[in-house]
Design a protein around this ligand. Structure first.
Ligand code: NDP
Length: 257
């Protein structure tokens, strides 16, 4: 019974920003448990590369170009997938950008608007569009990717625009969960620590940055994409059927200190 609850056979799952990094690991975790996965990434080449990497491991996925900042594109994708598959069971709103390293007082309008547009507005557009179809079907699981940065303020890099957007994602998650809880749609979030992806590669260009990160982390290490994908899989599966509105912190203990 317990192993069965982890299975996703026949479920239709969309992962935004699924072409690489954490998103790609999520696609693999969901596919390995039987889901039919749609990789929705802004960059078709990255999406195709991710699809090829999963194909080598034996998982068949499809790729769809999607810019999460465009509500009309998001609506169109949701409608198209529902028309094709009859429903969408799982949405993982993972697409995000960081653009770390600029102090609050120096933050340009463009940077603030862009980071909030992808990381916050984009999450809402996706939740709204896919959530609407899930409500109609009376079932669905949404997992939003927040961040420990929505709980703490990172150092030494400055990134107020990112931290504030991620905190908003956590609150959006619990508000939507409350509205949709008695209509079969669960909405949860994951708040990762520093994960080894393209997004954090700037650590290599900043002397001593990684030392500060690891000193502040009780486990003294960064995470790997698969360590977030496992948590997302759990939240997307029936194994978490009693959970909604929660932000699960997967942070190597970072927020303990
Ligand atoms: P990556 O930069 O490796 O991957 C993000 C993916 O999202 C890329 O393929 C990117 O495409 C895509 N993307 C960017 N903008 C859009 C958009 N407008 N519409 C659709 N897709 C888009 O990042 P990670 O895998 O590291 O991050 C994934 C999520 O995890 C993000 O939400 C991030 O904030 C969060 N997170 C990451 C942490 C980390 O340490 N890595 C820690 C905590 C949270 P392109 O390359 O073309 O921009």
């Amino acid at each position: 019974m317990y192993a069965e609850k982890m299975r996703l056979d026949g479920r239709i799952a969309v992962v935004t920003g699924g072409g690489r990094g954490i998103g790609l690991a999520i696609c693999e975790a969901l596919a390995e448990h039987g889901a039919e996965v749609i990789i929705a990434d802004i960059d078709p080449e990255i999406g195709a590369r991710g699809q090829a990497a999963l194909a080598e491991k034996g998982y068949r996925t499809s790729v769809h170009p999607l810019d999460v900042t465009k509500p009309a594109e998001v609506e169109a994708l949701a409608a198209e997938l529902v028309a094709r598959h009859g429903r969408v069971d799982i949405l993982v709103a993972n697409a995000g950008i960081a653009r770390s390293g600029v102090a609050a007082e120096d933050t340009e309008d463009e940077r603030w608007l862009n980071v909030n547009d992808v990381n916050y507005n984009g999450v809402f557009w996706c939740n709204r569009a896919f959530g609407r179809h899930m409500l109609k079907a009376g079932r669905g699981a949404i997992v939003n990717i927040g961040s420990m940065s929505g709980i703490i303020s990172n150092r030494p890099q400055k990134q107020t625009y990112y931290n504030a957007a991620k905190a908003a994602v956590h609150q959006l998650t619990s508000s939507l969960a409350a509205e949709w809880a008695d209509r079969g749609v669960r909405v949860n979030a994951v708040a990762p620590t520093y994960i080894e992806t393209e997004m954090t590669s700037y650590r290599h260009d900043n002397d001593g940055m990684i030392d500060v990160w690891l000193r502040d982390t009780p486990m003294h290490r960064m995470g790997k994409p698969d360590e977030i994908a496992s948590v997302v899989h759990f939240l997307a599966s029936d194994a978490s059927s009693l959970m909604t509105g929660t932000t699960v912190v997967a942070d190597a203990g970072f927020t303990c200190w």
